[in-house]
Design a protein around this ligand. Structure first.
Ligand code: PGA
Length: 254
């Protein structure tokens, strides 16, 4: 049984001052919730504050939205995995489509980051997903396979168990247009099959695959009840504590 994992990707939103009120509100709403892993990935500037407020919480884990593939040195503007570990960050989102499309991150770069994260004890949330053009051209499965093979090259079955995959169709991100539960399930089953070919069936059956792209309280339960959807990576709706808590609640016993 794969434990559902619901992650907030705040992107370039939320100041340190806003973080405190958010967490207080969110915590009261998820207080009674059990059996769901919750991750919040704030911008780098709010990580220290959130870390202090969470105080090693078992219920809510801290995540980062990106990191350098290098440990230290002359890399102006970058943040290293050891800096994240110092602040008790447990998860790191890697290869988000905004990183790939706006900042030119290739599968090779993502792969390097995956290995560095694993070596530092961080759990990568590796994002994959096709653009609208690729889906319209009937190429989504091929694109997913290429991204998975490239981003996860050299990952052992044991390491794979520490990785979360996020399937995020680019055309569904921030557009209000989510993939239908059937489209998402179909893609997730394909992702799992590729993971099996990279490792083995038993390992692939244990890896959690999140869906991301316009997840909201209204569509979360149906998406999360699909057999291969093991969680959600939530952007816009995660900025509102009550909406995000409702998505977390929708994951209970799905
Ligand atoms: P969205 O973003 O929920 O705003 O569509 C999801 C993501 O980019 O992770």
């Amino acid at each position: 049984m794969r434990k559902k994992i619901i992650a907030a990707n705040w992107k370039m939103n939320m100041t340190v001052a806003e973080t405190e009120g958010y967490l207080e509100n969110f915590r009261t709403h998820v207080e009674p919730v059990n059996g769901v892993e919750i991750v919040i990935a704030p911008p780098f500037t709010a990580i220290a504050k959130l870390s202090e407020l969470l105080g090693g919480s078992q219920k809510i884990s801290l995540g980062a939205q990106n990191m350098s593939s290098e440990m230290s040195g002359a890399f102006t503007g970058e943040i290293s995995p050891t800096m994240l570990r110092e602040l008790f960050v447990r998860f790191v989102i890697l290869g988000h489509s905004e990183r790939r499309l706006i900042f030119g991150e290739t599968d090779e770069v993502v792969n390097k980051k995956v290995h560095t994260a694993l070596a530092c004890g961080l759990r990568p949330i590796v994002c994959v997903g096709e653009t609208l053009e690729e889906r319209d051209g009937g190429r989504e499965k091929e694109v997913l396979e290429t991204q998975l093979r490239g981003s996860l090259a050299g990952v052992t079955p044991e390491q794979m168990l520490g990785i979360v995959i996020a399937y995020e169709p680019v055309w569904a991100i921030g557009t209000g247009r989510n993939a239908t539960p059937e489209q998402a399930q179909d893609a997730h089953a394909h992702v799992r099959a590729v993971l099996a070919s990279l490792t083995d069936e038993a390992t692939a059956a244990k890896v959690r695959i999140q869906y991301g792209g316009s997840v909201k309280p209204a569509n979360a339960a149906t998406l999360l009840s699909q057999p291969d959807i093991d969680g959600a990576l939530v952007g816009g709706a995660s900025l509102e504590p009550i909406a995000f808590s409702e998505i977390v609640k929708a994951a209970v016993s799905k």
